[in-house]
Design a protein around this ligand. Sequence first.
Ligand SMILES: *[C@@H]1O[C@H](CO)[C@@H](O)[C@H](O)[C@H]1NC(C)=O
Ligand SMILES: *[C@@H]1O[C@H](CO)[C@@H](O)[C@H](O)[C@H]1NC(C)=O
Length: 165
Amino acid sequence: MKFILTLAPLFLSSLAASKSFLYAANQQTLVNGDFSVPGENPLNFCNDPDSYSLTIDNVDLEPNPPEKGKELLIKARGNFTEKVEQDAYINLSVKYGLITLIHTKADLCEQMKQVDEECPLNGAKVFTKSVTLPKEIPPGAYSVLADVYTKNDRQITCLEAKVRF
Ligand SMILES: *[C@@H]1O[C@H](CO)[C@@H](O)[C@H](O)[C@H]1NC(C)=O
Ligand SMILES: *[C@@H]1O[C@H](CO)[C@@H](O)[C@H](O)[C@H]1NC(C)=O
């Protein structure tokens, strides 16, 4: 289930970039999910995952929660129950406290190339990936919201994570 992997570099690079977090604050509230993602992870689905076309079986992070300056191992397993084609996208936002560091729309298929995966995405996927978290991550509470859609706005998944460094 490689799109988590896709999100990881986005998340991590945003953390790396957070030294320059002198951006306009905004008060936009994140969705607070009560639907936790199976496995050892800080993730929640934004709402009932039964409506998503991607079934996530599990996501395991080692260590969980992630620690700065350390290697983070991500293992994930899922099933794209409907084919995902070109122009699928991720609406991603990353906040540091109440400050929005990132609010962007990214091309899902383009991101997949980073992990040697190509659209169309279909069926069961498994992946393992390790990334190194920068030591310089400023201490504080981070939240990430990744809302993923097909070109026709069919929701593939939506994930939220809160991590304190
Ligand atoms: C993935 O989803 C498809 C469509 O719902 C289903 O037919 C298939 O059995 C699922 N595969 C796994 C490994 O769960
Ligand atoms: C995704 O973000 C774009 C740009 O901010 C916005 O126009 C669009 O409505 C968002 N899509 C969804 C389904 O929220």
